[in-house]
Design a protein around this ligand. Structure first.
Ligand SMILES: [Fe+2]
Ligand SMILES: [Fe+2]
Length: 173
């Protein structure tokens, strides 16, 4: 499997969690805080691992091989994507703080909208521009090797924390 296939699969899982949150956004009544908190924490953990894979493996691989005559995916472009990572992380921290604090929970729809638009735009750029570019640059084989390397070093990944439990949840391992 190519590393980009893994990353696209992660993006799908973010979209699925965001679809669940979109349902809560559209609901007429306020959602139970425990459900809201759990979805946001799941999103945060998924994104955390994804960011690790991109920041530690995938982006450096591309940066190391950027052709000097490339016009779209340049170091400036990569810096821009890195900056988007920070912006999305910041928006997600804000969202998490809002859903966890009863005093600011009423703002969660706005903080979620800000986060979601940032993440969606970022994922689109990666899927439409960066991922295809990286396949031209490194070849399918290069992307597969990166995926294997990631698998080998998975133990170094930041640990997933225990999620906020809903009463109906099965206990986590
Ligand atoms: Fe990214
Ligand atoms: Fe990504």
């Amino acid at each position: 499997m190519k590393i980009t296939d893994r990353l696209v699969a992660d993006h799908k899982s973010f979209r699925k969690l965001m679809a669940d949150l979109d349902v809560l956004v559209d609901a007429k009544t306020d959602p139970p805080p425990s459900r809201l908190i759990r979805l946001v924490e799941l999103l945060k953990d998924h994104i955390f691992l994804h960011a690790w894979a991109e920041d530690v493996f995938y982006y450096p691989l591309i940066r190391a091989k950027l052709p000097s005559d490339e016009r779209v995916v340049t170091t400036v472009y990569m810096d821009h994507l890195d900056h988007e990572h920070k912006t999305v992380d910041g928006a997600l921290d804000r969202l998490e703080a809002d859903v966890k604090d009863p005093a600011s929970r009423r703002f969660w729809r706005q903080s979620y909208a800000l986060f979601a638009s940032g993440l969606n735009a970022h994922m689109k750029k990666e899927e439409n521009e960066l991922f295809p570019f990286s396949e031209r640059l490194l070849g399918a084989q290069g992307l597969e090797a990166a995926s294997q390397e990631l698998e080998r070093r998975r133990k170094e990944a930041p640990a997933i924390r225990l999620h906020h439990q809903e009463s109906t949840d099965k206990p986590h391992e």
